[in-house]
Design a binder for this molecule. Structure first.
Ligand code: UDP
Length: 328
């Protein structure tokens, strides 16, 4: 397949691009490097430096070249930022995605994979684990922007026949099992890389946000899914799109509390993580765990790196080898 990967210089996008290349597909990365890293683009991928905000350039790229599938990762993705600047998030994420969807329709693209999120499930009153058809209640403008795009894709299918897969990641974590790629967000806001950096002495104390959630140890519980397992799910989802569109929740179906993550890092590394309690973060649900039975049943997806040791071990390995991240 010839695949266009928007946001292929970012964390999940780069790992999916790498997996596509490993399986012999042609990959072209589209990125504007607002948050991505040039060094994260896997060897063998071509680059088109295009901003999806530029509708003419986007349409030109989609029409000029032939694509078997478009995988869309490029987005603003900081939940906290979206609470501070909601209109910017809503505008930018929806506008760039609509530009891309329109360009795909006009360019004759038939298959579209969309990087969605568990941030769609912001409410506290829902069943756990969360199935694909659970009620949507975005907890932030970021989640709202992703929900809007999911719905825009439904219309693009209904009206133009563009088949899509909406993949709602719970907590993407870990690093390429061969050590080629890793996680390097600037600023970093995610628990595992922050805790690893605190353990390595590259940051001051980790703050654990909130101690009085209704969970076993009072800290939030999240479903961490290894980024290579996520990549595999994307490629399996493409095969589903011959005749239908799909929406899948992606997680391991098992939750770990923030304290369990810290202890896991201490166990895997043999070193202590310096931490202290911090205030709860606005909009953080107590528990997010995925029911991924639909993708398992329909595609045979079965996460291979679901243990905390694999997730933490690969993240730690990459960070120790790349203490400055991609260093750009
Ligand atoms: N978290 C924390 N300290 C940090 C960063 C995150 O305690 O410095 C907590 C956060 O409140 C949440 C969990 O770790 O309960 C996972 O947060 P992350 O930002 O990694 O992912 P999210 O679930 O928000 O997508």
């Amino acid at each position: 397949m010839r695949c266009l990967v928007t946001g292929g210089a970012g964390y999940v996008g780069s790992h999916v691009a790498q997996e596509l290349l490993d399986r012999g597909h042609q990959v072209v990365v589209l990125d504007n490097f607002s948050t991505g890293h040039r060094k994260a683009i896997p060897v063998g991928a071509e680059l088109r430096e295009v901003d999806l905000g530029n509708v003419e350039e986007t349409k030109y790229l989609l029409a000029k070249e032939k694509w078997d599938v478009v995988l869309h990762f490029a987005a603003l993705s900081l939940v906290g930022d979206s609470m501070n600047d909601p209109c910017h998030y809503l505008k930018r994420n929806t506008e760039t995605s609509l530009n891309l969807i329109q360009a795909c329709v006009e360019g004759g693209v038939k298959k579209f994979i969309f990087s969605s999120t568990a941030a769609l499930f912001g409410g506290e009153n829902r069943v756990v684990p969360i199935p694909d058809d659970a009620g949507i209640e975005p907890g932030s403008p970021y989640g709202e922007s992703k929900f809007f795009i999911e719905r825009a894709l439904k219309w693009a299918d209904k009206i133009y026949g563009l088949k899509f897969a909406c993949l709602r990641y719970f907590n993407a974590a870990g690093a390429d099992i061969h050590g080629r790629l890793g996680e390097d967000h600037r600023p970093e806001t995610h628990l595992i890389p922050l805790a690893i950096d605190a353990m390595l002495g590259r940051r001051p104390l980790l703050k654990i946000f909130g101690s009085d959630y209704p969970t076993n140890d009072g800290t939030c519980v999240r479903d961490y899914i290894h980024v290579n397992d996520l990549a595999d799910a994307h490629i399996r989802s493409i095969d589903q799109l011959e005749h239908k569109s799909v929406t899948y929740n992606l997680g391991n179906g098992r939750g770990f509390s923030n304290l369990e993550i810290v202890r896991g890092i201490e166990r895997v590394s043999g070193r202590s993580v310096p931490w202290e309690w911090g205030e709860s973060r606005i909009g953080d649900p107590a528990v997010l765990i995925a029911d991924s039975s639909r993708i398992r049943k329909e595609t045979g997806w079965n996460p291979k790196y679901s243990s905390l040791d694999d997730i933490i071990g690969t993240a730690l390995h990459w960070r120790e080898k790349n203490p400055q991240g991609y260093n750009e």
